[in-house]
Design a protein around this ligand. Structure first.
Ligand SMILES: Cc1cc2nc3c(=O)[nH]c(=O)nc-3n(C[C@H](O)[C@H](O)[C@H](O)COP(=O)(O)OP(=O)(O)OC[C@H]3O[C@@H](n4cnc5c(N)ncnc54)[C@H](O)[C@@H]3O)c2cc1C
Length: 391
């Protein structure tokens, strides 16, 4: 059995941040990951623009974590948007603030940042082992499948940062939950699309953005845009409302969110002349293309203009449930707060800390995910270093 001082399992942003903290505290650190290379999901996150964090008042930022707000609050206050920004700049990545305050590296990609981060960890003598899959416990030690067969490692302190349960091909398959016993909450998709079997006339609009719209489920309303896909709907506004929609409720779409109902009625009542209804809708309200198709998709149109205006403002869109969890941008569920101390140490296993998306919190897209992964990774790494110090 191999003995190490600090062991990090999972080389995503949370695990690498924990490794960095432990190394800074002078610990000898070994990072292992199941995949042949590190940070695969982190790299995927940069494929369409790596949204690191969001420039908004911290109270607003924290409200994105919903029920988990009070749990993550001290960690995100300690390492929030300003700190994430400074950290990226410290890795020689210039950042910029895009639309609605979202912060990206200028390169938009993960790879230059990850390259510099791995370089800085190598400078701190952090050892990285890939193709090391954690398969469970052997008493206090951890068992791994490695290219050289099974290995057992006993660490003075361990940080588990295994990610959620989506995009399994990138490494985070959630399999670890089976040997965490009752300490986990079942995984659910988060920030995912929803399925719908469209009528044939919707086909020309597959891939079309629908904007601006307001999506409402119960009390939860979000203004933004979404995309009609061959299988249903996806995109920012859908992700933002996905946790409420996932838990039940009907989706209603406001196709003209910037116009009051009474103004829609007034405009519809303008003389129509010889215009067809679709021309009238286009000329008076600018409703055309995919929005006009969605209006038709919702069934026979009301006969009065008042009824039609209400339909336009509260279009019911029936859905057939979320897309499969493996396609979700993130997952809810994972290690429950009650299983952990404030230091993120498992109450059932002294010296074993957890961080990142594997914890039972969720947040919408917009940089909230990476910020909390980095913040919890930092907190777990610092706590693990203090644990070592106390031994
Ligand atoms: C398409 C896409 C786009 C995204 N875009 C953004 C974005 O712009 N902004 C944002 O904030 N978030 C984004 N995210 C989410 C973000 O990437 C994740 O929340 C984040 O990577 C989670 O970090 P983590 O370190 O907790 O876990 P992960 O990054 O999932 O890392 C976990 C690591 O653990 C390893 N592992 C798992 N099980 C084992 C095991 N048994 N043994 C050994 N190793 C194991 C995995 O191989 C993996 O490397 C995006 C996600 C996707 C899929």
């Amino acid at each position: 059995m191999e003995q190490v001082e600090a062991l990090i399992v999972g080389a995503g942003p949370a695990g690498l941040m924990a490794a960095s903290q432990l190394a800074d505290a002078g610990a000898s650190v070994v990072v292992v990951d199941a995949k042949p290379s590190v940070g695969r999901k982190f790299l995927m996150a940069g494929k369409s623009g790596l949204n690191l964090t969001k420039d908004e008042p911290i109270d607003e930022f924290l409200s994105a974590y919903g029920e988990a707000k009070t749990w993550v609050e001290p960690m995100v206050r300690a390492f929030g948007p300003a700190e994430v920004r400074a950290w990226a700049e410290g890795l020689e990545q210039e950042v910029f603030t895009g639309s609605s305050g979202r912060i990206f590296p200028k390169s938009m990609k993960t790879s230059p940042l990850l390259r510099n981060w791995m370089g800085s960890l190598a400078d701190k003598s952090v050892e990285v082992r890939t193709r090391w899959r954690w398969t469970g416990w052997d008493g206090d030690a951890l068992k791994f499948d490695t290219p050289d067969g099974q290995r057992v490692v006993k660490a003075k302190t361990t940080v588990l940062a295994l990610g959620g349960a989506s995009w399994a091909k990138l490494g985070s398959d959630g399999s670890w939950a089976t040997w965490m016993d009752a300490q986990t909450v079942p995984f659910k998709p988060a920030n995912m699309g929803f399925l719908r079997e469209w009528s044939d006339f919707m086909k020309p609009f597959f891939g079309a953005p629908v904007k601006p719209v307001r999506l409402t489920v119960g009390e939860h309303a979000v203004k933004g845009e979404f995309v009609v896909t061959a299988r249903g709907i996806e995109g920012g506004a859908v992700y933002a409302i996905s946790s409420t929609l996932r838990n039940g409720g009907e989706l209603s779409v406001d196709l003209i969110p910037d116009m009051e109902l009474k103004d829609v009625i007034t405009k519809l009542n303008r003389p129509r002349g010889k215009n067809s209804l679709s021309n009238h809708l286009r000329k008076t309200l600018g409703l055309k293309g995919v929005k006009a198709a969605l209006l038709r998709e919702a069934g026979p149109l009301p006969e009065t203009f008042t009824g039609l205006a209400k339909r336009i403002k509260t279009l019911p869109l029936a859905l057939d449930g979320p897309t499969p969890i493996d396609e979700a941008i993130s997952t809810a569920g994972g290690v429950r707060q009650s299983a952990l101390s404030d230091e993120l140490m498992l109450k059932s296993r002294s010296g074993v800390f957890c961080a990142g998306e594997m914890l039972d919190w969720e947040a919408p897209t917009g940089g909230y995910l990476l910020t909390a992964c980095l913040a919890t990774g930092l907190h777990a790494g610092k706590s693990a270093a203090e644990f070592l110090n106390d031994q």
